[in-house]
Design a protein. Sequence first.
Length: 391
Amino acid sequence: MSRMVSIALAIVGVAALLTVGAWRLTRQPSPVPPTLAVTAALGGASTEGFARVVAPRPFVFPADHGPHGEYRTEWWYYTGNLETAAGRHFGFQLTFFRIGLAPTMPVRTSAWASREAYMAHFALTDTAGTRFSASGRMSRAALGLAGARAVPFRVWVEDWSAEGVAGDAAPVRLRAAEDDVAIDLMLESDKPVVLQGERGLNRKGSEAGNASYYYSLTRMPARGRVTVRGERYEVRGLAWMDREWSTSSLGPGLTGWNWFALQLADGRELMLYQLRHSDGSADHLSGGSLVATDGSSRALALEDFQIQVLGTWTSPRGGTRYPSRWRVTVPHERIQLDVTPRLPDQELALAVRYWEGAVRVEGSARGRPIAGVGYVELVGYARASGATIIQ
């Protein structure tokens, strides 16, 4: 897997939409059991009629910032670390998923008819307030409720949106609000698009077509406003954007993944992901990339890095135990980083429960101290009610 709750959350969200009619999925104050295990979700949807990712292809912008309806799933994924002038820290996640319900549009007379649905997740980490908020929404792509377009760039679910202010994917304005938290942010981009994997093709398994097209904007200066409990904060910081589309799922025997997006103070970025087997070992297709200050990137294979778990955290919502502090090493670059969550509890208790949150980075690179910020995602640890929890 390259990243993201992606296919698993999309399929589970569609299942919720079609079976219980849930148009908006929000975090509840009481514990919410996971509706479905990741592996069950990935195995439950047909790929028949949808295009498959089988070979590298040219990326064309701005067209590829927009939707790819011939594939079953895709997502626009924004995360970032923000601070006020006084140093108060916030982390945010705003993600939009497009889910293909059918490869072609059936003949329907209803204005509600659509062959795809959109889902979004919005989360905010208030470090000083020791509070994490997360919510989700879902709408079908009809009557303007949700959708995506390339020119001018926009993706939205109801009034949550990412919109290119100059028509392209950057600068982009992010807006989302739920209950007493909100963001209104402008993101620039200091670096060109990074094509992940093999010229933008990221393999998720050895089987033909089990892959995605994947690119990133790894250093996006951010500014704007965060609202918490009615109080507005002017903030600045750094954001990261990931884009993927595919029709595939996890390869056989894989139960989840760990994903790291780290932005270092020396101007470089490090993206790493581990595809996990049921025994906790990393699959050979795990990898990542190291992005230089000039925007050039180097692909990393599993043998190019190590991730050591230094601590764990147990969720009060069901008892799932997650890794919660790490040492990341890239030997050939003499990089050693300690990665620490800003808050231990950054678990999204949505249709599929997963942990995704802001982290602090401290360590050294080529013998010199270095710091940074980032985001980590942990998927596949929480299982459906009654299922075994992966340790």
